[in-house]
Design a protein around this ligand. Structure first.
Ligand SMILES: Nc1ncnc2c1ncn2[C@@H]1O[C@H](COP(=O)(O)OP(=O)(O)O)[C@@H](O)[C@H]1O
Ligand SMILES: [Mg+2]
Length: 284
């Protein structure tokens, strides 16, 4: 009797939606699970990360997920842990507790796996760190040959493309000391890009530069950001932070005190520490 409605369903009511709906209801859990495994992991993931230098607690319970393509600006007073945070992500600094993963892969402790991970995470330092006795072209093509096992000719061609992109192809045969700071830092960016990294970390990339050279480096970084590179940038360049950043992390005493979008951070900082920091930095 209860199924009387079905056989007499000649009134134009489509019987199909019902079974389809009930099928959905049954499989919702499985589908959600399927979707979760399908979707890409965050490019950088840090969970409950703590680190000490001796008695100094330099990273305090850091929890951070950076999605693919996001540009994260790390701000904070000197000594707040910005560099250390950056350096733990490619394991230049080991951590005490917690976990870090890059593109879903937990950081390997050592060996070949660690070398491979480092190749995926490009890093640009305040002090360019170029090889003084190698030409600009060699600086950019060396690691792809040694680490990525790319053929020398191919690596050189790619290096020239990258030097072109950062605007210094005409300096390819010179040595680092023959270039200005801004040019050297652009070489350092090209060198990092030569490994086709998934993530680029910048630790105060313009702090050692004369003021007139800051913009040529920031311009390269802005174009990288526009192309969708995932970036974590420790910087004091507030204009850049507002222009290129998707997100601001404000650090104090090793902790992430604020985590918000640049506009909110600069216009309505919540913590006293951030207000104090902005007061000092924006007043000159
Ligand atoms: N290798 C180290 N050994 C001991 N202490 C360190 C070392 N590196 C950094 N520190 C200390 O850790 C704290 C955080 O430093 P850092 O990450 O460089 O901060 P920031 O980049 O924000 O200026 C500072 O107090 C600094 O003196
Ligand atoms: Mg630093």
């Amino acid at each position: 009797m209860s199924d009387a409605a079905a056989p007499t369903g000649t009134t134009g009511d489509d019987p199909k939606p019902e079974p389809a709906d009930s099928k959905n209801a049954v499989s919702t859990g499985a589908e959600a699970e399927h979707r979760a495994t399908d979707s890409a992991p965050p490019m950088i993931s840090m969970r409950a990360v703590d680190k000490h230098f001796g008695k100094l607690h330099v990273l305090r319970d850091i929890n951070l997920e950076v999605p693919r393509g996001q540009v994260v600006i790390v701000l904070g007073p000197s000594g707040s842990g910005k560099s250390t945070l950056c350096r733990t992500i490619n394991r230049l600094e080991p951590i005490d507790t917690g976990s870090i993963a890059v593109d879903g892969v937990p950081l390997p402790a050592e060996g070949k796996a660690l070398a491979a991970l480092r190749a995926d995470v490009g890093m640009v330092f305040q002090s360019f760190n170029l090889f003084a006795h190698k030409t600009i072209l060699e600086n950019v093509s060396l690691a792809p040959v040694k680490v990525r096992k790319i053929k020398k000719e191919q690596a050189r061609t790619r290096a020239m493309e990258l030097l072109e992109r950062v605007g210094i192809a005409n300096q390819a045969d010179k040595y680092p000391a023959q270039l200005s700071g801004g040019q050297q830092q652009r070489v350092a960016i090209a060198r990092a890009l030569a490994m086709n990294p998934k993530v680029m970390l910048f630790d105060e990339p313009t702090s050692a530069l004369d003021p007139e050279m800051v913009n040529e480096v920031l311009d390269v970084m802005v174009s990288l950001a526009k192309e969708g590179m995932t970036m974590l940038v420790g910087t004091h360049e507030m204009g850049f932070a507002r222009r290129a950043g998707d997100r601001v992390l404000f650090m104090a005493d090793g902790a992430i005190v604020e985590d918000t979008d640049p506009e909110t951070f600069f216009t309505t900082p919540k913590s006293e520490r951030a207000k104090d920091f902005l007061g000092k930095i924006l007043s000159h």
